[in-house]
Design a protein around this ligand. Structure first.
Ligand code: PLP
Length: 411
């Protein structure tokens, strides 16, 4: 996507950001709360003098705010990490270590690389057997396959709460109970769900939950792992006694303060903003489908986080669409499709068996509480023109646009 960076934009053009599943803008109030912890309140939270006390008080306040966002019963159940990725890795590696005599992990084919890569590594090094549960063409988990994979050797189930590419929500509340019946721990990667849909961990039988600040208008480089009281945890990073011995290393106090502030705002936003954001997303979806031929929504429309629309424009390359959108001041994404430059659609779209011609033209618009009706109008103004330009006047819908259009699907 280097082309995206090279395209110059007129200075007067307002940049419109619809790539909030990648990251969100830090809320100015979050930044303001963080700044003193770089300057006058720079103490180490483990120090016993006043500088240290100020820092540790701020960490305590932030922990309480993060606890509230997911409805955890105790603030001691929150362990700060350096990212959502670290939280997910910690959960899986710890479960494998603490579930003595069990060496199998169940996950899905559509997880984020934060989970899939650690599972691949465990498999390659012979430390675990991995079951990757398939999904249907709407991205819904194959529950029968999941149930039959569970057994006496299952150490841990790791299933995401919401998918980063399609927004599809897995029914994690229901998936956790069978895991427990099999004696396994249940972890959910809730990085894309937190702050977008309500999470009430007290009433959800989940042992471990990972999430991250930068998806909810907090800073990058700070995440959290929820560890239910009584669930054993082996640290990934060993050293000092920070985080009650569960994650060593001096706390990143400014980032933790920012996470706390962002979590507080995200909690309010669930009621105050998410219904409006869902309306905006639905309007965008409805009007794109109405005005552009051969467009189709990817993912279960009835079960998605309110911020995400993944829409395929058949016979087009998503990179070409993204370049033209960017030229017009609109930032969107193709999920992780073609991330390697190999022109392979993402593992998520392949797992969903999205037909080849559609998968290549998939664009992800991801909104946030900062998105406005004017943003949506602007996308609706430019998209028909972009698609017409790329499809070209000479082609008809019956004309195969490229050799890939001749292929029906990946399977
Ligand atoms: N899990 C999901 C579903 C994600 O979308 C992301 C980030 O895109 C991560 C995990 C990783 O989070 P972090 O960037 O904090 O490491």
């Amino acid at each position: 996507m280097s082309e995206l960076r090279r395209e110059a934009q007129p200075a007067s053009m307002r940049c419109l950001y619809l790539d909030n599943n990648a990251t969100t803008r830090v809320d100015p109030q979050v930044l303001e709360a963080m700044l003193p912890f770089f300057t006058e309140h720079f103490g180490n939270a483990s120090s016993k003098h006043d500088f240290g006390e100020t820092a540790s008080d701020a960490v305590r306040t932030a922990r309480g705010r993060v606890q509230k966002l997911i409805g955890a019963a105790r603030d001691t159940e929150i362990v700060f990490t350096a990212s959502g990725t670290e939280a997910g890795n910690t959960a899986i590696l710890s479960a494998l270590e603490t579930q003595a005599g069990r060496n199998e992990i169940i996950t899905s084919q559509v997880e984020h690389p934060a989970i899939l890569a650690v599972c691949d590594h465990l498999e390659k090094t012979g430390r675990a057997k991995i079951h990757r549960i398939p999904v249907d063409t709407d991205g819904r988990l194959d529950i029968d396959a999941y149930r039959s994979a569970l057994g006496a050797n299952t150490a841990c189930v790791s299933l995401m709460w919401a998918n980063n590419e399609t927004g599809v929500v897995f029914p994690v509340e229901q998936l956790a109970a069978p895991a427990h019946e099999a004696g396994a721990l249940f972890h959910s990667d809730a990085v894309q769900a937190t702050g977008k849909i309500p999470i009430d961990i007290r009433n959800t039988p989940i042992d471990l939950l990972s999430f991250s600040a930068h998806k909810l208008h907090g800073p990058k480089g700070i995440g959290a792992l929820y560890v239910r009281k009584g669930v054993p945890l082996q640290p990934l990073i060993r050293g000092g006694r920070q985080e009650r011995g569960r994650r060593a290393g001096s706390e990143n106090v400014p980032a933790i303060v920012g996470f706390g502030k962002a979590a507080e705002a995200a909690r309010r936003s669930l009621q105050n903003d998410m219904p409006r954001v869902k309306n905006l997303r639905d309007t965008l979806e409805r009007r794109l489908l109405a005005t552009i031929d051969d467009a189709s929504v990817i993912g279960d429309r009835a079960n998605r986080i309110p911020t995400t629309l993944n829409i395929a424009f058949a016979y087009l390359e998503s990179d070409a669409i993204l370049v033209l959108l960017n030229k017009r001041g609109i930032a969107a994404s193709s999920g992780s499709a073609c991330a390697s430059g190999s022109m392979e659609p993402s593992h998520v779209l392949r797992a969903m068996k999205v037909p080849y011609a559609a998968a290549h033209g998939a664009v992800r618009f991801s909104l946030s509480r900062e998105s406005t009706a004017a943003d949506i109008d602007r996308v609706l103004e430019v998209m028909p023109e972009i698609v017409a330009k790329l499809r070209g006047p000479a082609l008809t819908l019956d004309t195969p646009r490229s050799p890939m259009a001749l292929q029906e699907s990946y399977v």
